[in-house]
Design a protein around this ligand. Structure first.
Ligand SMILES: Cc1ncc(COP(=O)(O)O)c(C=O)c1O
Length: 336
């Protein structure tokens, strides 16, 4: 198997780095404070395997119970746990295409097939109406909402329709939902087969910390808890994640700044003749006027700006640009 290819992480930071959807702003100052006051003697001991305080903190934010929450070493760990919990050898999983390229890799790891359902494109990406039907043999359906790399926020009614019709587990990957107008957390009450995945990597500026989580019914979480590594989230990570999650003010301010810069980036790219997909994330998927995404990627890289390029008949026209600071985006725009 070929494995997952992560975006480039250059050792020297001479690049304007707009390729892996990290947050350009530092994490909340509460994180640094929690780190300074953390007693390192405690690291002698194993962490709380149930991450009780952290799960309670998350539960309070969403008005759920800790029994509805599982935490992991980034949301990639949550995705691995989900695949292992719900897909047996030879039982397919389903995902859209283009979408997060880890989903088919997880299928391969589980020795199962990935049913790839192409999104419809007509200037933007749409869920085809017969998706649940196409996915009917699968046990698990991965839907990134907002989608990556396109940034699309599929209508919530489409998600409901899939939850209703699809017989297996629906995982709505909301890695970018904090930058969007709505999310699927409210659907959990209605659909016992739904899991909503989240991460602190994007909206909390903590990609390096590695903390992801999922929200679901008690029964689903119980099943996932059996599959996870006992100590899948370290003690320091648990403490720092609690500090970050509790600072709602900083979180909201950072989120607003990113959304403002996104609007500026979209408008500027449109003015330059780019075809820009509607984005509800901290990145935009945009095709230059000559439709040569690869060419633009290489030109930008030569000029010290990293964006992400996904080759392929649909995606190859585009580049994916992370929303950086206003200064970084101005530098990008000068070079496009
Ligand atoms: C759709 C989607 N889900 C999950 C992840 C993984 O995030 P994490 O850093 O929490 O593992 C990413 C990372 O880019 C992503 O794009």
């Amino acid at each position: 198997m070929s494995g997952y290819t992560p975006g480039e992480q250059p050792k020297d930071m001479k690049y304007v780095k707009l390729n892996t959807n990290e947050n350009p702003y530092p994490p909340s100052p509460a994180v640094a404070k929690a780190m300074k006051s953390f007693c390192t003697d405690r690291l002698r001991l194993y962490p709380d395997p149930l991450a009780c305080e952290l799960r309670k903190t998350i539960a309070d934010i969403f008005r759920l119970k800790p029994e509805n929450i599982i935490v992991g070493n980034g949301s990639d760990d949550i995705l691995t746990i989900t695949t292992r919990a719900f897909v047996g050898e030879g039982e397919p999983l389903a995902s859209f295409e283009p979408s997060y390229s880890l989903y088919p890799v997880l299928a391969e790891l589980q020795a199962c097939r990935c049913i790839k359902i192409p999104l419809r494109y007509d200037g933007d990406f749409h869920i085809p109406p017969d998706s649940a039907e196409k996915a009917k043999d699968a046990r698990l359906f991965y839907i990134a909402r907002p989608n990556a790399p396109t940034g699309t926020l599929f209508p919530i009614d489409e998600i409901k329709k899939i939850c209703r019709k699809f017989k297996g587990v629906v995982f709505v990957d909301e890695a970018y939902a904090d930058f969007a107008d709505d999310n699927c957390v409210g659907l959990l009450k209605e659909f016992p087969n739904l899991i909503v995945g989240r991460t602190l990597s994007k909206s909390y500026s903590l990609a390096g910390l590695r903390l992801g989580y999922a929200l679901a019914s008690r029964e689903i979480i119980e099943g996932m808890m059996k599959v996870k590594d006992s100590y899948n989230v370290g003690m320091l990570v648990q403490a720092l994640a609690v500090a970050a999650l509790k600072d709602r003010k900083y979180f909201n301010e950072t989120k607003k700044k990113i959304c403002r810069t996104r609007a500026f980036l979209v408008k500027s790219l449109n003015e330059k003749g780019f075809e820009v997909c509607g984005s509800q994330s901290n990145f935009v998927f945009a095709a230059p006027p000559d439709n040569d995404g690869g060419g633009l990627y290489r030109r930008l890289k030569k000029n010290g700006i990293l964006v992400r390029y996904f080759k392929g008949p649909v995606t190859g026209r585009f580049v994916r640009i992370t929303v950086g600071t206003d200064g970084e985006i101005r530098t990008l725009l000068r070079n496009t």
